[in-house]
Design a protein around this ligand. Structure first.
Ligand SMILES: [Fe+2]
Ligand SMILES: [Fe+2]
Ligand SMILES: [Fe+2]
Length: 394
């Protein structure tokens, strides 16, 4: 009954945008690096499997970047090896733990390595593509930038960059459409429409990917380090108690895992703020569910229910929620459930400025939210009945 037409490259291209939204200079960095890499791979006559490995590794190459400050430093022409290796190692660990991406982990680990005899072509291509992407400024006509970029790449042949990769790049650089594809954002549709890169996602793989992003979101803030996984556990427990059927349950789990993915697009100064947010900070925080909505939407056709259930977790029945200010009749049971799980997880978890609340205080808050007409009363009462179970694991 739930048919999702999700493609692996399109999904990762879409979701990778989240971390690149932190700073507009880096918007679509991952996708642009993937496109440059693909074009180099084509010049090198890569076969289909190599191209798939190259494009996916390039889309995920910076998944280990933890902060905007780190991203800025990595944009330096030749960041210190020791510094660069931090995000390579983080990315490696994250991908290693995700079966579908484990074969790509080594490429990500080596994507800042200088040229040496043993350097493999895929990380070497990503390295060069990454530098070219940083050099290519978005506010200058791209065709005016070919010469200085080419000169730089040539100068670093055999030191920073693999000679074979430099050679392939030099064949590509005189072709105007290569650069114009980047300037016009044509690369986005090219990456998503190449038949040879197509790979339909199974639900198992979608769940794996959702877990990886949940870990990534949680790792951005030490005091909400288990929030996404905690909300998912509560949602699973409540949906079991509600008797929701198993195929819906899987999607509900994906929605719970991804509900805060939009937080990747919120600056870490806000995410890690150890106290109540002021109005201006709160305004930025409120962007996250908006981004969650569109990021999940980019996964593919059929994902719409997951998109709604996940992104509506700060909507309230009385219309006081965000980001769409929806009303009760627009909020399905699954979205209401994730909203309650989100509140419950947040107030039972320890924060640096307060301890996790005890059961009576949790009940009081959930009841008053119900009385005010914000949370679903039936679901709240089921939650309260399950509180012992929920809090046992907190
Ligand atoms: Fe990197
Ligand atoms: Fe990068
Ligand atoms: Fe949230």
């Amino acid at each position: 009954m739930f048919e999702i037409q999700a493609d692996l490259v399109g999904t990762i291209a879409g979701l990778s945008t989240a971390s690149d939204m932190n700073d507009l200079r880096f918007l679509h960095h991952a996708e642009r690096v993937a496109y440059i890499s693909l074009r180099i791979g084509e010049v090198l006559d890569f076969h289909t499997d190599q191209k798939k490995e190259l494009v996916l590794s390039a889309l995920l190459h910076d998944i280990g970047v933890a902060t905007t400050g780190e991203r800025l430093k990595l944009a330096d022409l030749a960041p210190e090896q020791e510094f660069a290796s931090l995000h390579c190692k983080r990315g490696y660990e994250l991908l290693k733990a995700t079966p579908i991406f484990a074969p790509l982990a080594q490429n990500v680990l080596e994507h800042h390595n200088y040229y040496n005899d043993g350097l493999r072509l895929i990380p070497a291509i990503i390295h060069l593509a990454d530098r070219v992407e940083h050099l290519l400024k978005k506010d200058i006509y791209c065709l005016w930038q070919i010469e200085p970029i080419t000169n730089y790449v040539q100068k670093e042949k055999g030191r920073l960059f693999h000679p074979q990769v430099v050679q392939a790049f030099l064949e590509l650089a005189p072709i105007p459409s290569f650069w114009l594809d980047l300037e016009n954002e044509t690369y986005r549709s090219i990456l998503r429409s190449k038949d040879e890169l197509a790979h339909t996602l199974t639900l198992d793989q979608l769940e794996e990917i959702a877990w990886m992003y949940a870990i990534l979101v949680d790792s951005r803030c030490p005091f909400t380090a288990v929030h996404s996984s905690g909300v998912t556990r509560i949602v699973e427990l409540l949906s079991r108690n509600l008797g929701i059927n198993s195929s819906k349950n899987r999607l509900l789990k994906v929605a719970a895992l991804l509900h805060d993915i939009g937080k990747l697009a919120v600056p870490e100064a806000i995410i890690q703020h150890p106290g109540k947010l002021n109005d201006r900070q709160m305004a930025l925080m409120k962007q996250h569910t908006y981004h969650t909505y569109y990021l999940i939407g980019s996964i593919g056709q059929g994902i719409e229910p997951v998109q709604r259930w996940a992104a509506y977790h700060h909507e309230r029945l009385d219309g006081s929620g965000y980001p769409f200010a929806l009303k009760a009749h627009e909020l399905e049971l699954e979205a209401r459930l994730i909203a309650i799980a989100d509140v419950t997880q947040a107030i039972t978890e320890d924060r640096p400025y307060r301890k996790g609340l005890p059961k009576p205080a949790v009940e009081k808050i959930l009841f008053s939210e119900t009385k005010e007409g914000r949370l679903d009363p039936d679901l709240v009462s089921i939650t309260i009945d399950s509180l012992n179970e929920i809090m046992y694991f907190q």
